[in-house]
Design a protein around this ligand. Structure first.
Ligand SMILES: [Zn+2]
Length: 320
């Protein structure tokens, strides 16, 4: 295994400048050094003419359970965390949401947990305030998928009222159609039923505000939706590009880097189609490597932004 240390990831000023519009040397910090936090946090960067702000919604920490990874044991999981210099006692997942400012409009990618999943997550609105963005200023929300930790932040508490009153919702038609089909309850386990009921209550009511798309296409200036199915039936990633700069928001293509970037063959509990999600993960990671692209996954350590490199049979992630 390649030991990831800070020195491996010092990149040139030119590369850093191209990617982040920074001057001077930028150091890419290995994921193990990044810290998840439940505190409101903001990190700004630019992709060409597009301003991107990584805002924190908190941290989701969970105990080890036998079912967290379908094809790995708790011992395997703890070993991989320790090898990644991460505390193996608990599993710590970040919750990064993006603000995108392009052509005079302001968008979100995903909306976080709305404080309705775990007590340590749900600070998105405070992070928006730190970024000087009000809910009324959000023109649209690009959704990677409809799992609760990505959509509950759009809803006021447990009601169907909207937190972002003006925002159009932009999502894959496959994702919308899957979760809103009447027979979904037969297909999904009981543990998902309460949140599917929320989807059935919320989305039809706001369907006129939903812009549903099929296939890869530009959805707002400089941002393309790319189908990346597997984690959910319509899971999508977003490609942000301007001039020579590009960035990929990979949603839940992967989860904790020390586990699922190092071991792309492992299927996290939340992957609805394990082999499909793995194929997508490998395909997206290979693209990140080939294009030396900056990317972020929702549950990578905040602020999530970094690069993927190939390493033996797996990959390695280094945050910036
Ligand atoms: Zn998620």
């Amino acid at each position: 295994m390649t030991v990831v240390n800070r020195r491996n990831f010092v990149v040139s000023a030119a590369a850093a400048s191209a990617a982040f519009s920074l001057n001077g040397t930028m150091e890419l910090v290995p994921a193990a050094y990044a810290q998840n936090t439940s505190q409101p946090s903001v990190k700004r960067f630019t992709i060409g003419d597009i301003e991107v702000i990584a805002v924190n919604d908190g941290v989701w920490t969970r105990e080890h359970t036998d079912d967290f990874i379908a094809n790995a044991t708790i011992a395997d999981t703890k070993k991989a965390l320790a090898e990644g210099n991460v505390d193996p006692g608990l599993i710590s997942m970040g919750m990064t949401v993006l603000i995108i400012k392009t052509k005079g409009k302001t968008y979100l990618i995903d909306s976080g947990t709305g404080g309705q999943i775990v007590p340590t997550a749900g600070c998105l609105l405070q992070s928006l305030k730190l970024a000087d963005v009000t809910p009324e200023q959000i023109d649209g929300i690009l959704l990677t998928h409809f799992h609760a930790d990505h959509i509950y932040g759009m809803m006021v508490g447990t009601s169907d009222e909207r937190v972002f009153p003006k925002a159009q919702m932009i999502a894959s038609a496959d994702e919308f159609n899957y979760w809103t089909q009447p027979d979904i309850f037969k297909e999904q386990p009981q543990r998902r039923h309460s949140y599917i009921k929320r989807i059935h209550s919320f989305f039809p009511k706001w369907k006129s505000m939903c812009h549903l798309v099929s296939g890869e296409q530009e959805v707002i200036p400089g941002v393309r939706i790319i189908p990346a199915f597997g984690h959910s039936p319509g899971h999508s990633v977003f490609h942000i590009s301007s001039g020579a700069d590009q960035f990929f928001y990979l949603g839940d293509t992967a989860n904790v880097p020390a586990l699922f970037v190092r071991n792309p063959q492992w299927h996290v509990f939340y992957d609805q189609d394990g082999p499909g999600a793995e194929a997508t993960r490998r395909k997206m990671f290979d693209r990140m490597v080939a294009e030396k692209a900056l990317c972020a996954c929702t549950h990578f350590p905040y602020p999530s932004v970094g690069r993927i490199q190939r390493d033996g049979k797996g990959y390695v992630y280094a945050g910036v």
